[in-house]
Write a protein that binds this ligand. Structure first.
Ligand code: NDP
Length: 286
């Protein structure tokens, strides 16, 4: 499908740079303001077309991309009457929110009834990956549909995987997030202990970086943890939501670390919901 008209919904920490990469790769991008005008103004200056509502974005687009905070916004936006009225068999939804497998299946079933095809496509790689167009995309759905939209994903991502049917993308993303949430807590504990034992942080980086205790999280978040700079990034409330999805999908009896991580993120969310999820370290050090 040689479409160039992309409707982009959710212009936040991830969606804004992803939409910008689409424009810079030659796609026509349709957008609307939700509350914050800033990303819309910047993207308009780069050539995006602004519409007053999400429903109008959809009516003027062939491929719709959504990357919203949670299941709640997926339901409110993607399953609203005004949006459903605009769906048709010639449209495709690429759904990139880190939502639950159940919500993804619900959206898919509703869209299928309208003939609209759906790809479940959450991402990993953080805001840096979104800026650089190097995200990992974990897709669930039909391989033929992935082939049709691969050129769109290529403008935002470096690694694109097909992991199973609709819902499988959200499932593997939830597993990744449970690991990432646990690894952040483990990294924060390591930095806290290094401070207490007066271990030089450059030694932590180099020696542990080349030892069995290393993790992607420790290496990528070490500076954040040392500097205690908790500007998001990836908001702590979103990590709480992701670990919650994993624990809900599983069973707390067999996910003891996931359940414990969830308790910690829930506690931290009371005061630091809008901070980067590295702010969990405030509840570990001292
Ligand atoms: P943000 O909170 O930064 O952005 C959310 C965006 O959704 C904002 O642009 C917001 O608009 C918009 N929005 C919220 N509600 C509505 C609505 N009802 N209608 C239209 N737009 C709406 O979140 P992120 O970009 O950080 O995260 C988005 C998703 O990506 C989440 O599921 C997250 O878990 C996942 N993710 C995030 C990563 C990260 O590092 N940040 C990494 C990988 C995945 P407004 O600001 O105007 O309210």
């Amino acid at each position: 499908m040689a479409t160039q008209k992309i409707g982009f919904i959710g212009l936040g920490a991830m969606g804004f740079p992803m939409a910008r990469n689409l424009i810079e790769n030659g796609f026509h991008v349709n957008i609307a303001v939700h509350r914050n005008r800033h990303p819309v103004d910047v993207l308009r200056d780069k050539g995006a077309m602004e519409y007053p509502t999400v429903a109008e974005i959809i009516s003027h687009s062939d491929v719709i991309i959504s990357i919203l905070p949670t299941d709640k916004e997926m339901q409110a936006v993607l399953l609203s009457d005004s949006v459903l009225e605009q769906l048709s068999a010639d449209k495709i939804l690429i759904e990139m929110t880190s939502g639950s497998p159940d919500m993804m299946k619900k959206v898919n079933e509703t869209y299928q009834a309208k003939g609209t095809r759906v790809l479940d496509a959450p991402v990993s790689g953080g805001t840096a990956g979104a800026e650089q167009g190097t995200l990992t995309v974990m897709t669930g759905g039909e391989s033929g549909l992935l082939d049709e939209v691969r050129h769109v994903l290529d403008a935002m991502a470096k690694n694109i995987y097909l992991v199973g049917p609709i819902g499988a993308g959200k499932a593997i993303k939830a597993i990744n997030q449970m690991l990432a949430g646990i690894h952040m807590i483990a990294s924060a504990e390591a930095v806290s202990l290094a401070k207490k034992l007066n271990v030089d942080m450059e030694s932590v980086r180099e020696v542990i970086g080349n030892s069995s205790g290393a993790s992607w999280m420790l290496m990528n978040k070490l500076d954040t943890l040392i500097d205690e700079n908790y500007e998001p990034g990836f908001k702590l409330k979103l990590m709480r939501k992701d670990v919650q999805i994993a624990v809900d999908e599983g069973n707390t009896n067999v996910l003891p670390l996931g359940a414990l991580a969830l308790q910690l993120y829930k506690m931290a969310e009371k005061t630091d919901a809008e901070m980067d999820f590295a702010a969990i370290s405030k509840y570990i050090s001292n």
